[in-house]
Design a protein around this ligand. Sequence first.
Ligand SMILES: Nc1ncnc2c1ncn2[C@@H]1O[C@H](COP(=O)(O)OP(=O)(O)OP(=O)(O)O)[C@@H](O)[C@H]1O
Length: 528
Amino acid sequence: MSFDGDEIPPVIGNWWLEEMLGSGYSGFIYRARHLHTRQLVALKVQHVDHECPTNLYEQGFYPYLQGGEGMPTLYAAGIEGVWNYLAIDLLGPSLETLFRRSGKETMDLRSVCCIAMQVIARLEVMHTRGILHRDIQLGNCVIGLPPNEKKIYMIDFGFSKRYIQAGRHIPDSKAKRDFIGNYWFSSVGVHCRGKVPSRRDDMEALALMLIHLLTPRGLSWTRNGVPKTDAAHDIVKRAKQSARPEDLCQGLPVEFEDFLRYCRRLKFKDAPDYEQWIEEFRELAIAHGYPDSDDLVWPPPTEQVSCNRRRPGSTAPPPDELDRILHDLGQLQLEPQPVLGDRTNIEQAVRNARQKAHEPDSDRQVITISSSSEGSDDDTIPPRFVGKKAYKISKLTSKLPDAIDNQALSSLVTEFVAVMKSNTSRTLTKDGSGFLDALVKQLADPSVFAVPMRTRLKDDQGSADHANAKLGVVARLRREVGSARTNGRLAQMVQDFGNVTNRSSGRTITKDGFAFLEGLARRLEELK
Ligand SMILES: Nc1ncnc2c1ncn2[C@@H]1O[C@H](COP(=O)(O)OP(=O)(O)OP(=O)(O)O)[C@@H](O)[C@H]1O
């Protein structure tokens, strides 16, 4: 392998190059073995004269990401002759490779939910450490090698950037800028409108990537390959910009449309509500009968690939796919690996990184930014409730049966509104619907079993009619709640509210929705 006539030597630094794993715009990736310790790593090799020295950039970010779940470890970095190298954790195939090899038109929903949960968590790690990825795509999400084959790792920080500089969020700007990212999944704001990337854009890229996986033949603008001319690139941008979330997500569970809309609504400096969305995708998985774990089991268990019903007894995965993966893994000759065997080298790498990183403030300490808009909560959260919102709502729901007067009910409704408002996502989750169900029951007749709202609803495709009906109903409820005369009438109103805040019409609680709930709390006080 060569670059401008320079051959890549068989040994770089302390690493013996065994096999080329891949190559990208910026260089070559080898499976390499340490000459003395025999540790296996992935060696990213780039010519020192490369027009875009991404290895050097990446080197600057690794120190900040070390120890974060799903972040590869950097073992060594340096220059040997004309080759700049990074020795990082050896990992498995990318999601792009897995999906392509599956030969399927779409990925199964269970896997997509797991990918959603894991990649959101990875973005939370990166963002909390002050770093944007800026190139979210299937090829940059890879699975680990056994025993970490169910875990997704982020790779390729060549386009990453510190968005916290000198302790502050980078400023927004309207200045014309070169596009950084990838054609398929970069957000509409960044790709089509030239906006400065921030946390919301990493999240939107993920949303597009998930929708792509579930769409037969993928997102429409990905179908003609990489654009080779400016005119072809303009066509891609136009197609991306004009695609409405409801069109992109037709036939998909509503969570994907909600997620895309949510990302696009975030303001430039907003911290995404990672926990909320991890919880949403976990609930979606559970609702389809899948486990609540985010483990990516690949190949997907056959009984869940093409339909949601389980077929007891069929436990075998697709044999050709499994064979291929096992064969690839067998080639790796894995041995026990010393962790950070090259410590002197990594310290040097960190020193070099701090000197050379392109960011002016790269020698600063890691800045931890709170990703949650909620205040501290001393309660220990059981594992089932990854999101604090879900946990708080479930606690309120459990208190409803004991609320035997209107004043107590009013306080719980007020607390419910506060929890919903304290969160950047105002989606009425399954837990939220559960609260409303319990409230209806308590208002109408505590001795009567209320059929949960979510199960009463038909999960038909979202339509403008449903959305308009919702707006009209909620506006009416808001107007009328102050004059309701009985608890029975209030129960009916809460039920109507729950029924129109659903999958068809959108589960976001609108301004009118909050006004209705606040009016409900006030009316309960008055009716006591
Ligand atoms: N740590 C790793 N372990 C195993 N394979 C890896 C590893 N890192 C990268 N690869 C393989 O090499 C490919 C290219 O890696 P990477 O994206 O980091 O390089 P790049 O030159 O920046 O590529 P691109 O031009 O696609 O951005 C990946 O898609 C993956 O298949």
